[in-house]
Design a protein around this ligand. Sequence first.
Ligand SMILES: *[C@@H]1O[C@H](CO)[C@@H](O)[C@H](O)[C@H]1NC(C)=O
Ligand SMILES: *[C@@H]1O[C@H](CO)[C@@H](O)[C@H](O)[C@H]1NC(C)=O
Length: 344
Amino acid sequence: MPNTHWAFLFVVLLAHSCNGFYLPDSYMHTYSTGDKIFAKVNSLTSIETELPFSYYSLPYCKPDEGIKKSAENLGELLMGDQIDNSPYRFRMNVNESVYLCTTPPLSEHGVKLLKQRTRDLYQVNMILDNLPVMRYATQNGIKIQWTRFPVGYTPQNNNEDYIINHLKFTVLVHEYEGRGVEIIGTGEEGMGVISEGDKKVASGYEIVGFEVVPCSVKYDSETMIKLHKYDNITSPSCPLELEKSQIIRQQERVSFTYEVEFVKSDVRWPSRWDAYLKMEGARVHWFSILNSLMVIFFLAGIVFVIFLRTMRRDLTRYEELDKEAQAQMNEELSGWKLVVCDVF
Ligand SMILES: *[C@@H]1O[C@H](CO)[C@@H](O)[C@H](O)[C@H]1NC(C)=O
Ligand SMILES: *[C@@H]1O[C@H](CO)[C@@H](O)[C@H](O)[C@H]1NC(C)=O
């Protein structure tokens, strides 16, 4: 009887896993012109300290609907990330430059915190349509790429810190040629799961790249404070002079702005991760994989030892009983022997 129960449970589990969830990033989203897409923010991280902090522990602009955790897919859950929503709003194929918010005058505590995070080289992790933001820079003539941008920066031989408050985004999009059906996931035996509802000819744009140029811009807070969230501004140029950058200092008000350009790209959706795979720094991932494997083996070892001890105790008890006693005891067998038929 328990055998049938298990078989039933197995079937239920199988059926559930078939349409229950999709593998991370296996779901292609197409957007039409004007569709709103909000970026997400992950914890602030630093290679210096390894200790992550929540994005909203710094005085960044908050979304209108409040801060919500949005671990949306298996990948995000498995990484143990703290992914929150953000007010960075993108409208497909709308190039714009907008105002977000202005902080109250910075307090002594706020200044200390911002300076500390800047000096500890904390970085912002932003995600759009599952793609981490990519930043390119040239250092000593070598082109390098990162998947995050700094909270602020400290010029050399300088005691002051400057905050990144303007972000220039480039979103690469690929025009989607509708094939009538959309493969939205991978089911059993590698077969594509095709959504029945989307059998009409689909068209739109896929997001295949997300890049940022971070800047520090000094705004006149008196004029900025009169603006509303998402009001258009004239796009500032990234200043090279420190006098035109936003310093982190007590009583300063920091205005946050961003601009976005949508650029058509030949990169197709399945290849959109190629740029990331070329990156260096996979060492950290190997380390965490090794770490997880060790934990798994350790726990499996504990379970195995407990299992072995229980089995051995049962077996020695059976051996101690001579044959006649065993025959009498046949109805009251207990422990491992009772379930051995069910397991195998
Ligand atoms: C702001 O600029 C965008 C893109 O140029 C435009 O679509 C939008 O209507 C503008 N908004 C206002 C309030 O002017
Ligand atoms: C947005 O800007 C990019 C780059 O300047 C340009 O190629 C594209 O045509 C612009 N899109 C619109 C809708 O104006």
